[in-house]
Design a protein around this ligand. Sequence first.
Ligand SMILES: NC(=O)C1=CN([C@@H]2O[C@H](COP(=O)(O)OP(=O)(O)OC[C@H]3O[C@@H](n4cnc5c(N)ncnc54)[C@H](OP(=O)(O)O)[C@@H]3O)[C@@H](O)[C@H]2O)C=CC1
Ligand SMILES: O=C1CO[C@H](CO)[C@@H](O)[C@@H]1O
Length: 278
Amino acid sequence: QKMNTVPTIKLNNGMEMPQLGVGTFLVKEDAAKRVCHAIQIGFRLIDTAQGYDNEKEVGEGIRLSGIDRGELFITTKVNTTEMRNGTVRQSLDKSLSDLGLEYLDLVLIHWPVEGHIKETWQILEEYVDNGKIRSIGLSNFNPHHIDSLLVYARVRPVINQIEIHPYMTQIDKSGYNFQQNIQTEAWGPLGQGTTEELKDPVIGKMAKQHGKSIAQIILRWHMQRGLVTIPRCDNDIYTEENIDIFDFELSAAEMEIITGLNRNQRTNTLNNPDNFPW
Ligand SMILES: NC(=O)C1=CN([C@@H]2O[C@H](COP(=O)(O)OP(=O)(O)OC[C@H]3O[C@@H](n4cnc5c(N)ncnc54)[C@H](OP(=O)(O)O)[C@@H]3O)[C@@H](O)[C@H]2O)C=CC1
Ligand SMILES: O=C1CO[C@H](CO)[C@@H](O)[C@@H]1O
């Protein structure tokens, strides 16, 4: 395995974030091994969430990797239940202790739960002040949710993590984030294994021409769109493939063709920020 170096992007608070990382949704059984392997082959950004019930295993993987903490960029997300129950502080302390970390690089509000955003954001700001969190951001926020938060936010969100893959391109929403100087991070970059993108014939043809896999073409498309993304790391062979995307380029025409595959198809209809209409 050749060593790949992932480029970083600068966030609006000056922090550098790797543009490509690994996601850990449904990575549970062997999460420590999978995360350790990802780090050892060059990944530095790890995305978890309180709701994935794997922070202890992810933390173990981080320690097993032997890589300095300072080189890593670790993200978690505040669960909706903790917001509704008023237990956000306790949940953040638990995330830190389960992960075995003194600080988190990034914490996101997982979903824009009505009536609980301001309070949660202010707690996150408090954790930025006390140094336990380096940067804070949003996930699944629509433009109007962002606008209402920006009215009172003392610390600006650095990221909005939203669903993006070739069948759900979200050009408008990523454009809005960009206008607000908020980096867009794509979740479900390969369609979560529930869409047919990994079998798409148009992308398949490009893959053959480049001598790459369909997944690699899709991840390259995310990179050239300027997105941060985090494909799942439950399979070491895939993880190795997913970082091997920095030795080729898609043409502007190829980028347009992939973007043109959009059909506003969600991986799961329940995962729709429009279900949070406040
Ligand atoms: N903020 C939010 O609300 C959300 C955040 N996320 C985050 O985004 C991350 C990525 O999304 P995720 O749901 O994991 O889905 P992905 O889009 O990463 O797709 C995962 C699926 O793709 C397969 N796969 C991965 N790499 C390859 C490859 N090279 N070739 C072929 N198949 C491949 C996986 O296979 P296998 O099953 O074998 O591993 C799995 O079936 C999550 O892990 C999580 O961290 C995800 C959803 C919502
Ligand atoms: O983070 C998450 C992982 O994927 C789930 C299923 O699509 C989402 O609901 C959730 O927000």
